[in-house]
Design a protein around this ligand. Structure first.
Ligand code: PLP
Ligand code: COI
Length: 367
């Protein structure tokens, strides 16, 4: 088996995008619409291990129509961000944590585990090459999308594939929600579920998302921005959102308590979620991982004990939840505006990520 570190063959593009076009993309990046000049590819073959690590020009893949991923969705991915630091350098937020989650996803999907050092090195190689694509300021960032697909050709399903392709692509990112920090409205999904016990909910695999678009369309029909997923069995325990975890603030001021749904195996263990548990607790808030039902939410909202709700994730950072719609009724969260605890945590997190505030945890990985 190949052991890390894997040597990277660097083949920079002879035709990178002209600087003016890149600057135009960076001026209005949106989310996941523009891609940088390069990508990383690493191959895995059963018996041989990881091999052929390359940095190459960004471009289409050529796949046999019988490639296994196209039929059975043996695929996993990650999402993490590189930020321009206050001193002009570039650093990536917690890449080791994403590398470890990528390994857990791989185990669940019967895929080979990429060594965490190789995962982190792959980010370094791409970000170093495409550094000019890291936006210059503030809340913008370069979103990194590592993923792995079953690349063996064949239609049998008696065993997992024996060949895989790992890749990293990168895309400059502005606000994930076009409205910026404006609160989002959410739809509580009772008809559709995202993940059930024993399933793949805590793995970051494409199939978990494929099944959710129909519910997202339902949310849109109800005038909502996002879906909130409930547990599959009782359909009353709040789990998470489409691409974000949820936090509830009880009370206010220094006595505020900040809680998030506990990890049940059916929701994604978000790295932003984990980071906020730490940051909030170090700011002196009491924190907790709890079970919270839709009734708890509605009641807590009505009697004023739940003062703020926000969603958090790499792409969305921290986004307030302003209103809820469900088959059983609608309500406004607090006064429907971004709450003070939400805003404080957002500033602390972004401050740490952009180097404007200290990083006592050693979370920022310098490129
Ligand atoms: N939940 C889901 C379903 C997600 O796709 C994501 C995004 O990665 C998250 C939660 C938040 O996770 P993280 O904070 O690691 O980005
Ligand atoms: C992320 O925040 O990295 C996500 O994966 C969310 C979504 C774009 C799938």
């Amino acid at each position: 088996m190949t052991t890390s570190p894997l040597p990277f063959d660097l083949k920079p593009s002879a035709h990178p995008l002209p600087a003016a076009d890149r600057e135009a993309a960076l001026a209005n990046p949106g989310f996941g619409r523009h891609f940088t000049d390069h990508m990383v590819t690493i191959r895995y073959t059963e018996g041989q291990g990881w091999h052929d690590a390359r940095l190459e020009p960004y471009g289409p893949l050529s796949l046999d129509p019988a490639t296994m991923v196209l039929h059975y969705s043996q695929e996993i991915f990650e999402g993490l961000k590189a930020y321009r630091q206050a001193d002009g350098s570039v650093a990536v937020f917690r890449p080791e944590a994403n590398g470890e989650r990528f390994q857990r996803s791989a185990r669940r999907m019967a895929m080979p585990e990429l060594p965490v050092e190789t995962f982190v090195e792959a980010m370094d190689v791409l970000v170093r090459q495409d550094e000019a694509w890291v936006p210059a300021s503030g809340e913008q960032s370069l979103y990194l999308r590592p993923f792995m697909i079953a690349s063996e050709v064949g239609l049998g399903i008696n065993r997992p594939a024996n060949e895989y392709l790992f890749m990293v692509i990168a895309s400059p990112a502005g606000a994930y929600f076009p409205k910026g920090i404006k609160p989002v409205s959410v739809w509580l999904s009772k008809e559709y579920v995202r993940a059930s016990p024993g399933g793949t909910g805590e793995a970051k695999t494409g199939g978990n998302y494929a099944g959710t678009f129909v519910a997202q369309a339902e949310a849109t029909r109800h005038g909502c921005d996002q879906v909130v997923w409930l547990d599959a069995v009782e359909r009353r325990w709040v789990e998470e959102m489409g691409g974000m975890n949820l936090y509830f603030v009880r009370g206010s001021g220094a006595d505020a308590q900040i809680v998030t749904p506990q990890l049940t195996g059916t929701l994604l263990p978000g790295i932003t979620r984990d980071s906020l548990l730490r940051i909030a607790s170090d700011l002196g808030y009491s924190t907790g991982e709890v079970k919270i039902s839709t009734d708890d939410w509605r009641q807590g909202n009505a009697d004023g004990t739940i003062t703020e709700v926000f969603a958090c994730g790499t792409a969305a950072v921290i986004t307030p939840v302003g209103s809820v719609r469900s088959a059983e009724g609608d309500w406004t969260v607090g006064d429907g505006q971004p709450g003070p605890v939400t805003q404080r945590l957002r500033e602390e997190l972004l401050g740490l990520q952009t180097g404007a505030r200290p990083d006592p945890y050693g979370w920022m990985h310098a490129i």
